[in-house]
Write a protein that binds this ligand. Structure first.
Ligand code: ZN
Length: 173
């Protein structure tokens, strides 16, 4: 397994609509394992394939406290959304240091293929439901700040820029 570099916003791969995975083979399983390791190391609770530069429809998620419930979703589709919505703060490994409020459905049903190529369906609530919606957005080329008003979006981008400049300066010192 390997730790992969995480693509940073606004890299164009993060704005791409990702392609379905035709066959779950060893290459896909290896990428899934690497994505899992990369996510745990970061640390984060979710990572989508475009975030490691692969515009294909796969995400890994683990919202468990002990970080021992790695979920890999291949070609995931949300088939049902509960009526209730919740607004909570989100962050993203591709936009480090940015935390903004996003409104999401609190419960969803998602269909996907697992690492054996078998069709699966899960019903998710709470943090898992929110995390799945965040990661699936990435497969459509959407990052969480795209849900913000223009003003808040611009402010988040400016903050990100400032943070990167500061990091560069810190490294130069
Ligand atoms: Zn993200």
């Amino acid at each position: 397994m390997a730790i992969l570099p995480i693509v940073q916003f606004p890299n164009p791969v993060l704005a791409m609509k990702c392609q379905p995975i035709a066959e779950v083979n060893d290459d896909i399983r290896r990428l899934a394992a690497d994505m899992g390791e990369t996510m745990y190391k970061a640390p984060g609770v979710g990572l989508a394939a475009p975030q490691v530069g692969e515009p294909i429809r796969m995400v890994v998620i683990d919202v468990s406290e002990d970080k021992n419930q790695l979920l890999t979703l291949i070609n995931p589709v949300i088939t049902e959304r509960g009526e209730e919505k919740e607004t909570g703060e989100e962050g993203c490994l591709s936009l480090p240091g940015i935390w903004e409020k996003v409104t999401r459905n609190t419960s969803i049903t998602v269909q996907f293929m697992d690492l054996d190529g078998q069709k699966q369906e899960i019903h998710a609530e709470g943090l898992l439901a929110i995390c799945i919606q965040h990661e699936l957005d990435h497969l459509e080329g959407t990052v969480f700040i795209d849900h913000l008003s223009r003003l808040k979006y611009d402010r988040a981008c400016a903050k990100l820029k400032k943070r990167r400049l500061q990091e560069k300066r810190d490294k130069a010192d």
